[in-house]
Write a protein that binds this ligand. Structure first.
Ligand code: NAP
Length: 489
């Protein structure tokens, strides 16, 4: 690699939240960079998800880049289209749109002669000294194989491929799945659909939350008060930061009192909100709260009690032309069927073919499970860094904050490469192995491993997320432990 500040070139994969962030920081530092994006617009998950009721359950003012507060959020919980608009606006404001190559899906990325060489599906080739993979976590949709699904006579689609040409008003709509997505859709469609069938396989813990609208006066006041706006980013509600830390630090121990407390709030929500004792029991989870990602909802219990809503807990036997047949023999007749069945979370950059030093492929390195030292880097893949990659924290907090902390960590490496102090940086195999042993042992004690099914688990049932406290993550991200890395000139 050539040395000297002006010669370092960075390829960023993906123009979602983390890719845009990388572009902003790299441009501000005067670093030669390009972002490759497979789609024709920025936004990642917020571009792909457009389903009715799409909202982020993290308070809006906390769901912003730290350097780009937004006085114009209309609600406590930001609606999906506003988030998409925020990312598009921020991309333009910082000139990142000029460095994005749209409709260029990277299909291969190979380390040869001290540089990363990429090729896109359209045949474009490029190379760089550093790669930042910002390809997202939940982008490969999971559509289960249910017998007879091809025979369905109505419209059907996965929630991340919502077909807005299909009318919903006055139709009979089925939603399979009750994760955060299914719950938001059912909340939005109750009363709009003539009949709304929510197919629930496992009950969810549901944390109550509020979603007040922000008045124009309030937003105008924020526009003129940058200090107040900055404070809101840290604490959009009183004690927000303290609660995020308290609850997320509790996740490392399935038996912790913090989880008892979460269960208490959710149980109270259920008892106070659902009147019919039979329905209440169907909605009562029987595993530890937060084992699956906690669902926050201001209105799901109201929606499922709407006279036109039905909660179906009987297992699905097959799909027929007229609807969904459950194991008790009942045919639930439907015009529209939405699969809120989640994502294959273990894909990360794949199916892209990634080949590191000496022909080591990502598939070989991840033969057992996706893994990365500190969720950032991998031995054998020099100068290749990930944002929101495997083993990073995911949960009920802002992933923008996580990506900012990770980019801060990576920045130490970018500076070292840029200054010519070294030309190759990667974690040592020893550091990676020790990290994995400690991570897997800790993961088994977390609440994510407490005996439920979720996208947090890898193929062997080991929780793949950051298994230590959020506080520890923040400390680790302050600066890399350089002894865990090999820096070559
Ligand atoms: P998910 O949490 O993975 O939920 C998938 C749902 O589909 C579960 O209820 C699952 O049931 C059900 N399911 C899967 N296969 C099934 C089958 N064959 N038959 C019946 N049911 C089946 O997916 P998601 O709701 O799309 O959410 C994924 C993640 O996206 C969330 O955890 C969150 O991180 C993110 N998200 C965030 C927000 C936000 O507001 N911030 C909003 C939406 C999504 P089981 O529980 O029984 O497996």
């Amino acid at each position: 690699m050539a040395t000297g500040a002006q010669n370092v070139r960075v390829i960023v994969m993906g123009a979602g939240m983390a890719g845009i962030l990388s572009g902003i920081r790299l441009l501000q530092a005067g670093i030669d960079c390009v972002i490759y994006e497979k789609a024709d617009r920025v936004g990642g998950t917020w571009r792909e998800n457009t389903y009715p009721g799409l909202t982020c359950d993290v308070p809006s003012h906390a769901y912003t880049y730290s350097f780009e507060p937004n006085p114009d959020w209309t609600h406590m919980l930001p609606p999906g289209p506003e988030i998409q608009e925020y990312f598009e606006r921020t991309t333009r404001k910082y000139g990142v749109d000029r460095i994005i190559r749209f409709n260029q899906e990277i299909t291969s990325c190979e380390y040869r002669g001290g540089r990363w060489h990429i090729r896109t599906r359209a045949g474009l080739e490029d190379s760089a000294d550093i790669v930042i993979a910002a390809t997202g976590v939940l982008h490969h949709i999971n559509v289960p194989r249910i017998p007879g699904m091809e025979s369905f006579g109505g419209a059907s689609f996965h929630t991340a491929r919502w077909d807005h040409s299909v009318p919903l008003e006055g139709r009979r709509v089925g939603v399979i799945g009750n994760g955060s997505t299914g719950v938001q859709i059912v909340s939005a469609l109750a009363g709009r659909a003539a009949k709304l069938c929510h197919f629930q396989r496992t009950a969810q813990w549901i944390m109550p939350t509020e979603n007040p609208e922000f008045s124009e006066e309030y937003r105008a006041a924020l526009r003129n008060d940058p200090e107040r706006l900055r404070d809101l980013q840290i604490n959009p509600t009183p004690d927000y930061t303290a609660n995020v830390d308290r609850f997320n630090n509790a996740l490392v121990d399935a038996k912790s009192s913090g989880i008892d407390e979460i269960e208490m709030y959710c149980r109270q929500n259920l008892e106070h909100s659902v009147m019919d004792p039979a329905l209440r029991e169907k909605l009562r989870p029987t595993y530890r709260a937060n084992c699956k990602r906690l669902v926050y909802s201001p209105d799901y219990y109201r929606a499922i009690q709407h006279p036109q809503s039905v909660l179906v807990t009987e297992g699905i036997e097959r799909i027929e032309a007229a609807g969904v047949r459950t194991r008790d023999g009942t045919l639930h007749e439907l015009d529209v069927l939405a699969f809120a069945t989640g994502f294959n979370a273990g894909m990360f950059m794949r199916p892209m073919g990634i080949t590191g030093r000496d022909g080591l492929t990502l598939e070989q390195f991840w033969h057992d499970r996706p893994k990365a030292y500190m969720a950032i880097a991998m031995p054998g893949f020099p100068n290749f860094f990930m944002l929101n990659g495997p083993n990073g924290p995911v949960g009920n907090f802002s992933l923008i904050d996580i990506a900012e902390q990770q980019l801060h960590y990576i920045w130490t490496f970018i500076e070292k490469l840029r200054s010519g102090e070294c030309s190759e940086i990667e974690p040592t195999t020893d550091a990676m192995q020790a990290f994995e042993v400690e991570r897997i042992a800790a993961a088994r004690n977390t609440v994510f491993g407490a005996g439920c099914n979720s996208w947090y688990l890898d193929a062997e049932g080991v929780p793949a997320t950051w298994p230590w406290t959020r506080t520890r993550f923040c400390e680790e991200m302050r600066a890399p432990r350089l002894e865990a890395y090999s820096l070559r000139t």
